[in-house]
Design a protein around this ligand. Structure first.
Ligand code: ADP
Ligand code: MG
Length: 625
């Protein structure tokens, strides 16, 4: 038997310990590197064979894990290597690649960038030494008349060539696993890592458990992932099945879109809108990044904007630099192009869904509404397409666009409002005002206290083409919307009475509270609070930004309804002059009732309210007993 010794021409001594230390938590990448090399070799073989008019056998990568003998074997029927090629590509190139890698890492010093490059491509074949004490490469090249060869290396700079009995074209790599690779001798651990990286690699990968003769080989990957298929041939079920495969714990996705572009960059992928679990904090990292079907990363920051971080799925592109998460890539024009493409596609598919399947769009709105609004504020292009399709709930509980809201207003109201949108803050504004408007056929848009104040401000600032937006809260617009009955001399008396009782000559109160009168159609309502829109908006903003400690006092106007019995009687009692204190109590009560149905009572007001209620009711019961 002839053997030939050689030595590697690396200049850096002891690169193994250095690399091992750096990649301490990333030992598993050797699986990705060796399997992707195997796939590359198969592709090269079939490309060469095709150009020469030859047939190639069915592509196959076979892997076995043998715990007893501490051996992991990876075999492919790719193009193979001659002894000279092994020496050139493996012994010299791969090792000098490793040296280059070390140099790169050294240059980066202690920056964060380093952590992000680690674990990405770049170490290649050499990564096998992360887990193996000894590596053996046996190969038979596809070139005519080639002789099989065996290369053995203990991971230092010396290696040895010997004869091989390998009879079929391809390469077999044997890893004699050392203590650092212990965990991968466990079949299930190995399998889990293999599927993590190689789920969608383009050739069948079969895995054998040498420990368990009963167990059949299993193919662990899907060679043509959904994103490689023609969208025209795919059905809803295909997308749902694929989603289930990628995210087995998730409920069915709401809808999805497929990405496929060749120019000016290549990218394929599929993105799903997941059903949001309100009780679980949103997980990011739902989008997996692939490069030619090899898993690279689940960090797509910069490639996908923040507001789309809720999406799940896969993006496959060789044009995304492997260290995507680096902040320096934020300005990278290629990444920007890709990111814009994704934003555009998402907007288009939402628009299409709105136009073709309104019901489904509305159903999804509960989950995606927040992100669409956020997206409109974040991205101009997205805003341009999507603002028209932002939905709000109206008083009837129907979801409508802003355009639809206005179109449905009674003509009379349209004139009064002059392009304004009346909104109602859920849980905050006076419910009875809304009911009264509803009775007159006037709808109000329901808004939340979190994103909507920001969204409304954004829309007002930006407008949309010719379209201008102006939002107005129900409690500042209410008066304008109802037909105003002429105010009589008696009404003025009501106003004066309330003002005297509630404000009097308290200078401090005067700055916060005003009294007005208004004849409401609904006589059962005694009073409501009117708020200045600008002040209200300011308060909303500070509140939604979490600055609750700082809340500006807003000047409010109590609008009293002179047609209401309580109000009428209070004035009569007041004018009689015998029981002025009872009239005062009723006036305060009317004010508290208005507070109750808008912002509620402070604890001090609440206490007074309770005491007063008791005294009022007992006074009243005297008449009956
Ligand atoms: P890279 O894949 O980036 O070129 P690697 O270190 O992974 O770097 O591999 C170095 C080279 O060794 C490859 O370019 C290829 O020429 C050769 N090689 C590695 N594995 C195989 C294999 N299974 N079959 C044929 N050639 C291989
Ligand atoms: Mg490689």
């Amino acid at each position: 038997m002839t053997t030939r010794k050689g030595s590697i021409s690396v200049k850096t001594n002891d690169i193994f310990p250095i690399i091992k230390k750096w990649l301490y938590s990333e030992h598993d990448i050797f699986i990705r590197e060796l399997v992707s090399n195997a796939c590359d070799a198969i592709t090269k073989r079939s490309t060469l064979a095709r150009s020469q008019g030859h047939e190639t056998p069915e592509a196959k990568v076979s892997i076995s894990v043998d715990k007893t003998n501490r051996l992991i074997t990876i075999s492919d029927n790719g193009l193979g290597m001659t002894e000279a090629e092994v020496e050139k590509y493996i012994a010299q190139l791969a090792f000098s690649g490793a040296e280059e890698f070390v140099q790169k890492m050294k240059d980066l010093g202690n920056t964060n960038t380093k952590d992000e490059i680690i674990g990405k491509f770049g170490l290649g074949f050499y990564s096998s030494f992360m887990v193996a004490e000894k590596v053996e490469v046996e190969s038979l090249s596809m070139s005519p008349g080639a002789v099989a060869t065996k290369w053995t290396c203990l991971g230092d700079t010396d290696y040895e060539f010997s004869e091989s009995t390998k009879s079929d074209v391809g390469t077999t790599i044997k890893l004699f696993v050392g203590p650092d690779g212990e965990e991968f001798l466990d079949y299930w651990k190995f399998r889990e890592t293999l599927t993590h990286y190689c789920d969608f690699m383009p050739y069948p990968i079969s895995l054998t458990n040498a420990e368990d003769a009963e167990m059949k080989d299993e193919q662990i990957n899907e060679t043509t992932p959904l994103w490689k298929k023609d969208a025209a041939t795919l059905k809803d079920e295909d997308y749902k099945d694929f989603y289930k495969k990628m995210f087995p714990m998730d409920p069915e996705p709401l809808f999805w879109l497929q990405l496929n572009v060749d120019h000016p960059f290549t990218l394929q992928g599929v993105l799903f809108f997941p059903k949001i679990n309100q009780n679980k904090p949103m997980q990011e990292n739902g989008i997996k990044l692939y490069s030619k079907q090899v898993f690279v990363s689940d960090n797509v920051k910069n490639v996908v904007p923040d507001f789309l971080a809720l999406l799940k799925g896969a993006i496959d592109s060789v044009d995304i630099p492997l260290n995507v998460s680096r902040s320096s890539l934020q300005g990278d024009p290629n990444i920007k192009k890709i990111s814009n493409y994704i934003i555009k596609k998402v907007a288009e598919s939402l628009k299409k869904l709105f136009n073709t399947d309104r019901e489904r769009y509305e159903k999804a709105w509960e989950d995606i509404g927040l992100f669409v609004k956020y997206g409109c504020m974040q991205d101009e292009k997205f805003d341009e397409v999507m603002r028209k399709f932002v939905l709000f709930k109206n008083t009837d509980g129907k979801l409508v666009t802003l355009e639809e809201y206005q179109a449905a207003l009674p003509e009379k109201v349209k004139e009064k409002l002059k392009d304004k949108y009346v909104y109602f803050e859920k849980n905050l504004s006076d419910e009875s005002l809304r009911k009264q408007l509803q009775a007159e056929g006037i709808q109000v848009l329901e808004t939340d206290q979190y994103i909507d104040p920001h969204f409304m401000q954004h829309a007002e600032m930006k407008g949309l083409g010719e379209q201008k937006y102006k939002f107005s809260a129900i409690d500042s617009e209410f008066e304008n919307l109802l037909d105003s009955d002429v105010t009589s001399a008696d009404d003025i008396k009501v106003k004066d009475f309330f003002k005297q009782v509630l404000v009097g000559d308290n200078k401090e109160l005067e700055g916060r509270l005003d009294v007005d009168v208004k004849n409401l159609k609904n006589a059962s309502s005694s009073a409501y609070f009117k708020v200045d829109e600008q002040m209200k908006r300011f308060q909303q903003m500070t509140k939604s930004m979490g600055q609750s400690a700082f809340s500006m006092p807003v000047k409010k106007t109590l609008v009293v309804n002179p047609g209401n019995v309580l109000v009428k009687n209070a004035l009569k009692i007041w004018e009689k002059g015998e029981k002025k204190d009872l009239a005062e109590k009723i006036a305060h009560h009317v004010q508290d009732l208005a507070s109750l149905s808008s912002e509620g009572l402070t604890s001090e007001e609440k206490e007074k309210f309770v005491t007063r209620s008791q005294s009022l009711v007992s006074e009243l019961s005297q008449f009956i007993v």
